[in-house]
Design a protein around this ligand. Structure first.
Ligand code: BTN
Length: 322
């Protein structure tokens, strides 16, 4: 959205004249008017007061780069390279491009106000309406082999669950391998994509996190979903603060995972398992049985009545039997 700087000025809810806005942004009053029109077309409620100026009516939750950075611990602040974008095809794709172009040695983090081609797991699209949710990707590098990716995917689920709990969300559940649930519906999803092997034994991945924040309507989601606004309507949510918590918890978790391995996460994952003790069926194949949590590598265990069957992430997806 070209008008993000303009909306930043209007965010205080006061009346601002076209002249003062034009002077602050170094553009003409006509350009201000065009941006106001475009923002209104995008659904932003702005009141035009004749002879006085403009006033923002809706309580907008703008992404605020400096607030995100300020909220991070100093060691995390210096470890990342943050870009906050108005619009992008996919923040995961943007991380891949940025890594090809530059190598500052810092961890690239990209957050966008909207995605035009947001992608989910299994080739599904990810609904990414403007200004509504958090769309965040991080470029992570690990010493090791591709085999660590299964564990990593679960570690990221734990990190996002802990970030939400830090922000006051109760009863966060994990649906294997790493969907985040509240109140029986999906609140957030994680897409881990392999970028490649930088050199022998150094693996690069992109971790993309989509978290529904303000969205209350969508016709295009093919599963039961929720958002923070739907689950906890009495709380105001700031996407920037959620972003700070998610980035902090992911950085902490990946360091712990790299140094100490997956065993540090099994208990934290199991305690949030929404499948535990439930009758499950695999969406492909014959398998059905009772959910028994994960093993030491992050595989899901199903008791089929005669033995514990191990299911590997990526091979199969599970759902509760209806
Ligand atoms: C899922 O299907 O559950 C994973 C959804 C992941 C969506 C996020 S939004 C930020 C990042 N960019 C993308 O295109 N996808 C991920």
């Amino acid at each position: 959205m070209k008008s993000r700087a303009l909306l930043g000025l209007l965010a205080d809810g006061q009346v601002h004249s076209g002249e003062s806005l034009a002077a602050s942004l170094g553009i003409s009053r006509t350009a201000i008017w065009k941006q106001i029109r475009r923002a209104m077309d995008d659904g932003v409620r702005i009141e035009t007061i004749r002879g006085k100026g403009y006033r923002l009516l809706s309580d907008m939750d703008l992404l605020d780069e400096s607030r995100i950075i300020q909220g991070l611990a100093p060691q995390h602040r210096s470890a990342i390279e943050l870009s906050v974008l108005d619009e992008v095809d996919s923040t995961n794709a943007e991380i891949v491009r940025r890594r090809r172009e530059s190598g500052t040695g810092r961890i690239p983090v990209c957050i966008a106000d909207c995605q035009t081609a947001g992608r989910g797991r299994r080739g599904r699209p990810w609904q990414s309406p403007r200004g509504q949710n958090l769309y965040l990707s991080m470029g992570l590098t690990f010493q090791g082999s591709f085999a660590m990716l299964d564990g990593l995917s679960l570690v990221l689920g734990v990190a996002v669950a802990e970030a939400l709990e830090q922000q006051g969300v109760p009863d966060v559940g994990l649906k294997w391998p790493n969907d985040i649930f509240v109140g029986g519906s999906k609140l957030a999803g994680i897409l881990v994509e392999l970028q490649g092997e930088l050199e022998e034994g150094v693996v690069q991945v992109v971790a993309g996190i989509g978290l529904n924040v303000h969205m209350t309507e969508s016709t295009d989601v093919d599963q039961s979903w929720s958002s923070l606004a739907m689950a906890l309507p009495d709380r105001g949510w700031r996407r920037s603060d959620l972003a700070t918590s998610v980035v902090s918890k992911v950085l902490e978790a990946v360091d712990e995972f790299a140094e100490r391995g997956f065993s540090r996460f099994t208990g934290r994952w199991q305690s949030r398992d929404i499948f535990a003790g439930k009758a499950l069926v695999a969406t492909q194949g014959e398998l059905s049985g009772t959910g028994r949590g994960i093993d030491a590598s992050g595989n899901y265990l199903i008791d089929d009545g005669s033995e514990l069957v191990r299911v590997r992430a990526g091979e199969i997806s599970l759902r509760v039997q209806s």
